[in-house]
Design a protein around this ligand. Structure first.
Ligand code: AMP
Length: 359
């Protein structure tokens, strides 16, 4: 793809905080951004050149977006893949493409794809009935994590079954919907790798982040994670396999388990910029948001080397009220999303605390 000249318009499906930070990065490179989001006051709309207020599957709005954009991207994976097909039919390039989205939308398809691509995951079974859930749990050793195949996020739509006998009840508690039954990962740490691929197949991966969750929501990321060089190479190798197998364009987030014996398993992939990559805003030469814009615009990928060590902390709900103290800290950089209401558990912003990189 010939590089898009500054002044071109980039479309984003989804106007949450990721869309907002993508739009800010695009604006800094001289692009205009048009966002499509059904929420009138969404975080991205207030930093964008244009906001199309419509549902993601609204054919007229998608046609209008295709008409003004040189390329269209997504800020979250649950945009219907059919929306991307409509954009393509109207001649707008989309990145990432519909296949990456539909793969990430279904946990069974996702893990099946990962294993075929040579990226290891926990052992798993699909189940659509109570009996299948119980059989899957028995086959996987009894104690299992059951997750809805679709629409789960931030730890929602999943629950542990202590034994095969419990599995039917857990299946019911999740709404008797199609599920994936997963063997437990005996992990020591949760890591993630954020990587990018361009239209011409060039790839670059940021240093690994170490992530801590609470109640299924990411609380903190610390990066670059302290890992053995061999482990870092293994993670990068996984990211290359995944990106190449999806013929992916843009930034992807890959969540990893580091097992007790040091091996890595992929938990899930997010076909977009990722919360555990926010540290790059204050830790690398080019951050994940600029990297994504560069990739989809046909620009060269930027340097991903760490210039600092960063502790990223999410500001959930009323945490955001601490902003006056945070901005008074000498090494803190505050990133707020402009959300009007600080509901409990809602991602309102994050803070990157920046430290010298130890050599
Ligand atoms: P997910 O929605 O798949 O990202 O899962 C949310 C969190 O649940 C992960 O960050 C892990 O802490 C935990 N988790 C997910 N899958 C497993 C598993 N198979 N074994 C143990 N813990 C898991």
């Amino acid at each position: 793809m010939t590089p898009l000249p500054p002044g071109s318009t980039i479309g984003i499906l989804g106007g949450g905080q990721l869309g907002r930070m993508l739009a800010a990065a695009a604006a800094r490179l001289g692009f205009d951004v048009a966002v499509l989001d059904p929420e009138p006051d969404c975080p991205a709309s207030r930093v964008c050149a244009r906001h199309l207020l419509a549902d993601y599957d609204d054919p007229a709005a998608l046609e209008a977006l295709a008409g003004v954009c040189s390329v269209v991207t997504v800020e979250f994976e649950n945009v219907p893949a059919s929306a991307l097909e409509i954009l393509l039919a109207h001649g707008a390039p989309v990145a990432p493409g519909p296949r990456a989205l539909s793969t990430a939308q279904d946990r069974v398809e996702e893990k099946t794809f990962l294993n075929a691509a040579g990226a290891p995951t926990v052992d798993f079974r699909p189940a659509s009935t109570e009996q299948e859930a119980a059989d899957a749990a028995a086959a996987l050793g009894g104690r299992v994590l059951i997750k809805t195949r679709r629409d789960g996020y931030d730890g929602k739509g999943q629950a542990w079954a202590a034994s095969a006998q419990d599995a039917a009840g857990v299946f019911r508690s999740l709404g008797s919907r199609p599920v994936i039954v997963e063997a437990p990962a005996a992990f020591r740490r949760e890591l993630s790798i954020i990587a990018a691929r361009s239209w011409d197949g060039a790839m670059a991966a940021f240093p690994l982040a170490e992530n801590r969750h609470q109640d299924g929501i990411l609380r903190r990321s610390s990066a670059p994670a302290r890992v053995e060089p061999a482990r870092a190479r293994e993670a990068e190798d996984i990211s290359r396999k995944v990106l190449a197998a999806l013929d992916y364009v843009g930034v992807i987030g890959i969540e990893l388990f580091e097992l007790q014996d040091g091996g890595l398993l992929v938990n899930e992939i997010a076909p977009r910029v990722h919360n555990s990559g926010h540290w790059t805003q204050d830790g690398t030469t080019v951050d994940q948001f600029e990297q994504h814009i560069r990739a989809i615009a046909g620009w060269p990928l930027g340097a991903v080397d760490a210039r600092a060590r960063v502790e990223m902390e999410n500001l959930l709900g009323e945490d955001v009220l601490q902003w006056p103290a945070i901005v008074a800290e000498p090494n803190a950089r505050l990133h707020l999303y402009g959300k009007r209401e600080a509901r409990a558990g809602r991602k309102m912003g994050h803070v990157n605390r920046v430290f010298p990189l130890k050599v």
